[in-house]
Design a protein around this ligand. Sequence first.
Ligand SMILES: Cc1ncc(COP(=O)(O)O)c(C=O)c1O
Length: 374
Amino acid sequence: MAAEIVLPPELRPSDGRFGSGPSKVRNEAVAALVAVAPDYLGTSHRRETVRSVVRRAREGLVALFALPDGYEVLLGNGGTTTFWDAAAFGLVDRRSQHLSFGEFSAKFAAVVAGAPHLDAPDVIESAPGTHPEPRADAAVDAYALTHNETSTGVSMEIARPEGTEGIVLVDATSGAGGLRVDPGQFDAYYFAPQKCFAGEGGLWLACCSPLALERIERIAASGRWLPPSLSLPIALENSRLDQTYNTPALATLFLLAHQVDWMLEHGGLEWAASRCDRSAEILYGWAEASSFATPFVAKPGERSHVSATIDFDDGVDAAAVAAALRANGIVDTEPYRKLGRNQLRIALYPAIEPDDVATLTGAVDYVVDALASC
Ligand SMILES: Cc1ncc(COP(=O)(O)O)c(C=O)c1O
């Protein structure tokens, strides 16, 4: 049935990619990559052609996040999942505290729980669709927060727990570049480029404060065994040379640098976040006015402006809606698989046009009507 529904032209967004990651890559960035490809792709990552792209990305991120003096941008291969392992080796001293409120925040907590050289972490959980608050604890040397829990569409404000000396590690995989953040509130703000940075996966980046850099160096000096591919001191040394320890994907680096430049040219993080705000207002406003859709996250202040989750009434089959959208070229609106809800998840990253979000809401209404009359 879903495959038979044909959207009229006015209900087709200019771009049908609404996935939360991999997410929409801007066509202009791909065209720019094609233009430089003969001199760039397939060249050494230890030479200036590629290193200048890494430098552009690193310097651009310093500007985008207004990182104070002494902060540095580190990068390495493997995406955020690899960074969790690197952090368990190189940033957590003995005991970490984790806010666990979805699939991804739970995964980092599990990494640390399994690390034989660390104490059992303090894990504070809350129900899907909410987030817990950290609590200051003198025994904790690292607080693990998540700016945006992509699996549930909950975002939280990043603030250091008061009265603590522990470093603050923030998983900003889907929040970085789309949500506002004060660099004074974190020590490592880490992410991967396949979300707001409209690039490809397989790379991690971490904006590190002097406290985090000092922790990295102190743990390395303590003699703890660090596997080289997960070694943050090695990543730091290579990042300072605008390189990665081992061979990176050059297209990923290019798309990242291009997106950072694009954001900076338009006004930086404030511009990018405002664009996400606009998309969020359109989507949540539509859901609140709808007779069948409701924002999954109850508290408006916790509703993500980069990856939104919208529940449907029992009478509307969200999977059938997503399938009909997919058949019309609007892809990846399915919810996070393990959440198991009757909902759509829609990315609102800076690359996504707010007007396309408005068109998408019209398309959903059309499909729901059409399914009802099937
Ligand atoms: C919040 C969050 N953390 C971590 C990850 C894992 O990132 P990666 O696939 O780069 O390892 C994701 C991926 O979607 C994510 O959304």
